[in-house]
Every structure is written in C-alpha cells, then in structure tokens.
Design a protein around this ligand. Sequence first.
Ligand SMILES: [Zn+2]
Length: 432
Amino acid sequence: MVKQSHAFPSVPGLGLVPYLEGQTLPEFKEAEGPSSNVISEIEEIEEGSKFTFPYKDGTRTVQLQHILFRSHGIIGRGTIVVRVVCACTHCVSKHCDWSGKKLVLKLSFPSVTRVSEKAFMDRCKEQAKGEHAWVLNHLPHIYWTFDIPFHERRPQAYFKERFGDDYEMRLLRGSIQEELEPLLSLKTASECAQVFYDIVQCHHWVHTYPQILHRDISHGNIMVRVKDGKKYGVLNDWDLAMWLDERDGISISQFRTGTRPYMAHEQHSPDWEGPHRYRHDMEALFYVILLLATLFSNPSEKDDEHSKKRQPYTKWYTEGDEFLRVKKISIIFVASWQPTLTHFFRPFHGWLKRLHDTMNDGFHALHAHIVRQRDAPRQILQFDDDTLNGHFSYDRLVWIMHQFGEEKLETHGREWQGKLQELQQAEDENKK
Ligand SMILES: [Zn+2]
C-alpha cells in the first residue's frame, strides 16, 4: 500500500513512541518541505523532489538529490539510481538509522515473479559468517526494498499495450542501498586489478555457498566501496541473478540476459539454449577488462585517439548480436591473438593473454568433444561444461589473477589462500 507522507500523525518531541500494531511508524515523520509524491514512472523522477514508499506498516520519505544512473530501455532494464537523503525529522539530531549514510534509491520494473536483489543479499548475509565474513565487503548493502503493484496507479492493460509480446506482469520495485563508487574512481592499474580479482572471489563465493548466479557482469555493475581508506571491488546489481537450483526450470528467453557488449559469445547466437553457467559470467569479466584496457586512457577517461585505431571495439557498444558473436569468436578461437592496450592498462596484457589462452584451450576442447560425440554417439563421453573441462574454471582464474605483474594481490578467505598454497607447491615441484 502506498500512502501519502502527510498521513503521518504529528509526533511531539523526538522521544521514542511505543509502536502499536497497525500504527504508522512515527519515527519517520517527514521533515517540513515541499509535499512528496508517489512515483510510478521513471519519467516522473526529478532531482529535488521527494519520494515516499511503503516502509514496514507505514511509509517513509526520501529527498532526491542527484540522478546517478538512468537507463532508457524500459523492458526489464528500465532502471534509475538516484542519490537520496532521508527526509525525516530525526536525521538532524542523528537519531535516525539512515542519518550519516550515503544512500541511493534504485527503481526498476521487474516482472512480478523476479526475486528481489535484497532476497539474494539476505541469503548471502546469513551465510557470510566467521571465515566467510570477508565477502560482505564485496556485496551491496541493501537497507530496504519495496514493491508497488501497478494496478494501484495504472492498469496492466496499459503495460500490455506498451510492452507488446514481451509483456509480463510487472511491478515497480525500489530499494534503498548504500551508495558505491564507480570503477572510474580508481586511480592506478593495480587498484583496478585488485577490484577485478575481488569480483572473481566474490562471484565464486556466492556461486558456491548461497548458490546464486549473477548473470550480468558489466562495467557498470562492478563498483568500489571505500572503507577505512581501503578500496574493495563490489559485485553490484543482482537484478538478473538466479538461484542455481532453479536454473533448469527457466525458459530459454530468460537465459539470454546481460549487458550486450560484455555477454559471453555463445549468448549472442540464436541457437544458444543455455543454461547460463558461471563461466559465461567469467567470459563477460574478460570483456569488461578488455574494453576498459583498450578504450580508456585511465579508468575515468576514454582514449579517443586509441579508440579510433581500435574501431572494432568502439562498435561493440552499438552493434547487434551477430556482429559481437563474430568478433568474440575471432578473439577466442585465434591462438595468436594479442590485445593492444592503452599505456595505463598495459600491465593487464599478461592477464588478458592468459585468460584468453585458457578460453582458447577450453573452447577447442569443447569443439573436439562435440565432434567426438557426433561421430561416436553410442559412447558416453564426459565433458565438464561448467569449466570447459577444467580449462576455464575459478581455479584457473584465481591462479592467473592472484598476482598482477610482480605484485601479489589480496586473496580473501582461507579457502583460496589454502588452495593457492597448494597450487604454488605444485608449480614449484614442476619447476624442479
Ligand atoms: Zn532519517
């Protein structure tokens, strides 16, 4: 239920008022100012205005400050992220749970069946205890989430008209989250490297323990949290995530998700039937690093001169699936492929080349497997599709990325620290 914020009873003083069943929470009485409105369309969002949303048994109001992100594709991805401050009277005296926090309001229009980001993150929090607590530094902090069904404002028929065949029952979903820094806030190549390595470790943990698959690795979804002067890579935006055990029940059209320039090459093919595996996300991470290191003179600046020379990559942002599929195949399947990187990102050459080589080995192995299977259909041949038979696995990625040039990066959690020691010993023995 959505209520206007002026429905709050006036509260004398700032003292704690006992909460009664069904009563609007008086702690969040809105401060004096322009009246707020309930927004049910992204187009209605304006900086400076107020936004009221359902909160526990009442409502709560925030003031919109600055639009940080606005996507215009409305189907599935019509998302807006706005920096906000809590608009309650208690914030001034710091008695509010949101005072002093950097907050954003995120609004999107998922189908009614889509699990909320907060539900995924709550499951992560339950399991991120003890030796697993490190992962919380690498996940978004979602303080509140709410759903507003459309029928309260507009009939679903309106959306059917607008969405056509892609129509699904949709709702307005909002959340209040901690504001994070974008990738462009990073200053050095090794900071970038640590952030990407953090993303792999976080992705692995979430896939292994709460068993959630992110499915939308992109430049924009890799964020940075600054805590006590230290920077942490955060895997953000779990809007398209899924529980691993529900993967089999999902239709093919729902498998094809992601942000186009970064999607795994197989996903661009009309014949691809899924399922989405973790290696598809890791292939996407490879393209995130590749595009950044090819088109940017540093994390915050596009290198136009270099970009002109690297035409094929600038087109990745505008061209369609077939173009991208062909380009990506021409990278992965060519053993002699070499990236040409901007000066700032040249230290990434080693990573990109090695990540490329593991994919190259893996997809050649997959191809050989498919041919064998076709020519000897009675034989049961084993192939681990998740990791391309071990060629493109978390183990390989962590082994490649735990070190950046001569620098050892930070490996979180006992599990990988132990595994890296074993891998190091094995390598030392091979050298003997
Ligand atoms: Zn407040």
